[in-house]
Design a binder for this molecule. Structure first.
Ligand SMILES: NC(=O)C1=CN([C@@H]2O[C@H](COP(=O)(O)OP(=O)(O)OC[C@H]3O[C@@H](n4cnc5c(N)ncnc54)[C@H](O)[C@@H]3O)[C@@H](O)[C@H]2O)[C@@H](O)CC1
Ligand SMILES: Nc1ncnc2c1ncn2[C@@H]1O[C@H](COP(=O)(O)OP(=O)(O)O)[C@@H](O)[C@H]1O
Length: 282
């Protein structure tokens, strides 16, 4: 169970392929971000911007009606759907990012019950994980590619143990999470652990990222990468490295105490450019 988790190197992590000159927005997938319950439209907005910033062709926000006017002003590039929503008409290239600011009310339970029956690729975070903890693995009714991104608090709920037990043995915790729920995992925090086909540790990132909304940005990044058909292990390692490196650039500029999640977002294009240059040189 405790096989080594290899430290990721952001200079060599595989990045996005160059875009074909004939590409159109349909070439880069369609992220549906599901969240934005009352009072938490911001989490959904951050995830949507992140998905677009890493290159998703289209992003649709699925949020509580109260979140939509805010989102439309903040991100006019996104389309939106109100809750209650049905996912019966999802396009073939749909990828779901479920949880940012979703809340844990009955409407959220209904959404998750339907999403558990869908077979498109999915990223589960935040309240989607809290609801999964309540209902158990049976909620994941259909086979699908799923990336789960708990922080230690969510991991503790998913395993029914205290947060201190997660932090005391993070490797054992992430292995137990995968054994119980399947799929691909990130256990977030200082030196995030990644577990998919491979096992990695992310040595990047800083405590300035311990600020509301940082994790919502990661959710959007991962969904945006999956939408571009990156293989799951690559999306996982690139997404976590990209997010943490962007957090480090943002902290260098703003200072750790002042860092906001939106500063991480603002640094994402610079990191993508760095990565493209590194990959050219390799
Ligand atoms: N602007 C917004 O709309 C925001 C909405 N948010 C939403 O708020 C809802 C609640 O999520 P929260 O994560 O705030 O609340 P939670 O209660 O799920 O998690 C917070 C607790 O988890 C534990 N924890 C988290 N990270 C830890 C670490 N690295 N080490 C040790 N313990 C750790 C701690 O016990 C902490 O008090 C989610 O739906 C989330 O998406 C948040 O993302 C913040 C921003
Ligand atoms: N001390 C730290 N060192 C490195 N990364 C951190 C640290 N604290 C937080 N992060 C990163 O910031 C993000 C926080 O996510 P999360 O706790 O879900 O925030 P939120 O729920 O507010 O969006 C994670 O990607 C986590 O790895």
């Amino acid at each position: 169970m405790n096989e080594a988790f290899v430290a990721l190197n952001w200079r060599t992590v595989p990045t996005l392929p160059a875009r074909s000159p004939q590409a159109h927005k349909g070439s880069f997938g369609h992220v549906f971000a599901v969240g934005g319950g009352p009072g938490m439209g911001g989490a959904l907005a951050l995830a949507c911007v992140a998905a677009y910033r890493v290159g998703a062709g289209l992003v649709t926000a699925v949020g509580h009606p109260s979140a939509i006017p805010y989102l439309a002003a903040y991100l006019p590039e996104a389309t939106w759907r109100d809750w209650p929503a049905s996912f019966a008409d999802l396009p073939d290239q749909a990828v779901l990012a479920v949880g940012p600011g979703l809340g844990q009310g009955l409407a959220a339970h209904d959404l998750l019950r339907e999403i558990g029956t869908l077979s498109c690729p999915q990223v589960w975070d935040a309240d989607a994980l809290n609801i999964l903890a309540r209902f158990g693995p049976e909620l994941l009714a259909a086979d699908a590619l799923r990336l789960f991104t708990p922080h230690p608090g969510e991991a503790a709920r998913l395993l029914g143990v205290p947060v201190a037990a997660i932090q005391a043995d993070r490797v054992a915790a992430i292995c137990r999470l995968q054994a119980r729920y399947g799929g691909y995992w990130v256990l977030k925090g200082h030196h995030s652990l990644l577990l998919g086909g491979g096992r990695w540790l992310c040595p990047l990132g800083n405590p300035g990222m311990a600020t509301g909304g940082s994790g919502d940005v990661l959710t959007g990044i991962l969904a945006g990468l999956l939408a571009q058909d990156l293989e799951a292990d690559k999306a996982l390692s690139l997404g976590v490295c990209l997010h943490a490196r962007a957090g480090d650039l943002a902290a260098a500029q703003m200072g750790e105490a002042s860092l906001l999640a939106r500063d991480i977002l603002a640094a994402v294009p610079r990191v993508l450019q760095e990565l493209a240059q590194n990959n050219d040189g390799n």
